[in-house]
Design a protein around this ligand. Structure first.
Ligand code: BJ8
Length: 425
């Protein structure tokens, strides 16, 4: 895709040489991790295409929309309600946080013991390689973990359009009021940015589009419960990752298409791994593009990942927005109701997350859980041990993994995963 989009990337102020390097590494990684998989569903071709054009045609689409007055809003967290963004005819995109870039520059700005996800956001900005970041008319930072909320103070000096959303950390009545007030404030900010007044009718449409997207993903998740698994965990993760970039309606249609195909596979007993292959659930920090390391290790060791308890997975998509009336107020209330239930580890206490892991393991027939944590991520690290104790007391083995985006520990992780699989056998 490179040459035809050069002028566009230049116009966005990207560092073309660095960007070329990034695309090359991405392309090689994709080839090695995804295209070597056996017996992939045909429907994955659409997602291959989206990935191959993730910095190309999709950006062109966003810029064409911008030329017609359509705004782009970038976010780092699943607490940013897409319904409100769509209601104002704007587009929400997830910002790249899944790879190391410009590490030297990042180290001059952030403490070394900052998680890779936060460093990645800075690296993509400082290295000038993210066309999403550069296309965004508003970048939403959210006060979740300490690392993110403090780093936004610095990020605010690097981008002209940072909007910080405050979020509660305790699920109390006051916490819920704060979330409701922040969503009202966000709605106003989106209205100001776009010049569009969000009416009940517009919000109803935004809710419908996002609900449909989530329903399609729920359908996909259910199909992964079958043995043999009709789709690999890697491909399912990729679909989840693409959900943060793609046009929502087109994405929904493509997910249903692949689900139709998977139903056919299930009927024929066709899977990506033999029937009876070990089934694992991943739980923990989000895996943003191109963070495919752990599922790749797991699946190249002969197991299959059947679910992700993660924000790039079920934590991010669980529950629909269900308004009780058709007024703007009842829709905003329904949005608060839905997002309030997200069980991110920044909340204290956060018992729902453990319950969800147990439920998912039962629903998808997982024999074990890999708890995935980025180094220096305190919220998920703190939850890892109690979660392990609880699950193991119920006979569900847990492997705790702490890693970053480098490939240095691949062999070591592979050895640990293989030992875990042997133990499950
Ligand atoms: S709702 S999980 S997307 S905050 S890995 S930056 S927690 S130190 S990403 Fe998240 Fe929203 Fe929660 Fe989901 Fe901090 Fe941990 Fe880094 Fe993290």
């Amino acid at each position: 895709m490179a040459s035809e989009h050069l002028a566009m990337w230049q116009g966005l102020g990207l560092d073309l040489a660095a960007h070329d390097q990034l695309l090359e590494v991405l392309g090689q990684g994709y080839q090695q991790v995804f295209l070597t998989q056996q017996d992939r569903p045909q429907g994955m071709e659409y997602f291959n295409f989206v990935m191959s054009e993730v910095h190309g045609l999709r950006i062109k689409e966003l810029l064409d929309g911008k030329a017609e007055g359509k705004k782009v809003i970038g976010s780092f967290c699943v607490f940013v309600p897409e319904e409100i963004v769509l209601a104002a005819d704007a587009t929400l995109v997830g910002l790249c946080t899944g790879a190391d870039f410009a590490a030297d520059l990042v180290d001059q700005m952030l403490p070394r013991n900052t998680c890779a996800l936060i460093k990645s956001a800075f690296g993509f900005k400082l290295g000038k390689v993210c066309p999403y970041l550069e296309s965004a008319d508003m970048i939403v930072g959210e006060n979740t973990c300490d690392g993110k909320k403090k780093s936004y103070e610095t990020l605010g000096g690097l981008v002209p359009n940072l909007y910080v959303m405050d979020l509660p950390q305790v699920k109390s009545a006051e916490g819920r009021q704060l979330l409701a007030a922040e969503y009202q404030r966000f709605k106003q900010a989106v209205e100001e940015l776009t010049g569009v007044e969000i009416t009940a009718q517009r919000l109803a449409r935004g809710i419908e589009i996002v609900n449909q997207k989530r329903q399609a993903l729920h359908r996909l998740y259910k199909l992964r419960a079958f043995d043999p698994a009709p789709i690999s965990g890697l491909d399912a993760l990729l679909i989840n990752q693409v959900s943060f970039y793609d046009d929502p309606a087109r994405f929904t249609e493509s997910v249903h298409k692949i689900c139709d195909e998977l139903e056919g596979r299930i009927a024929k007993g066709q899977g990506v791994a033999p029937k009876g292959a070990p089934r694992l659930l991943l739980s923990g920090c989000p895996m943003a593009v191109p963070n495919w390391k752990l599922p790749w290790i797991v699946e190249s060791s002969g197991a299959v990942v059947v679910g992700e308890e993660s924000c790039v997975g079920e934590r991010g998509t669980r529950n629909l927005v269900r308004p009780r009336g058709d007024s703007l107020e009842s829709m905003m209330e329904a949005i608060v109701e839905r997002y309030w239930r997200i069980d991110c580890a920044v909340f204290t206490p956060n018992p729902e997350r453990t319950e969800h892991v147990e439920q998912m393991a039962a629903d998808y027939g997982a024999q074990g859980v890999i708890h995935y944590c980025l180094q220096f991520c305190q919220p998920y690290q703190m939850e890892a041990l109690p979660l392990e104790k609880k699950l193991e007391s119920q006979g569900l083995p847990v492997l705790r993994v702490e890693t970053d985006y480098s490939m240095e520990d691949v062999e070591q992780l592979k050895t640990r995963v293989e030992a875990f699989l042997e133990m499950l056998a």
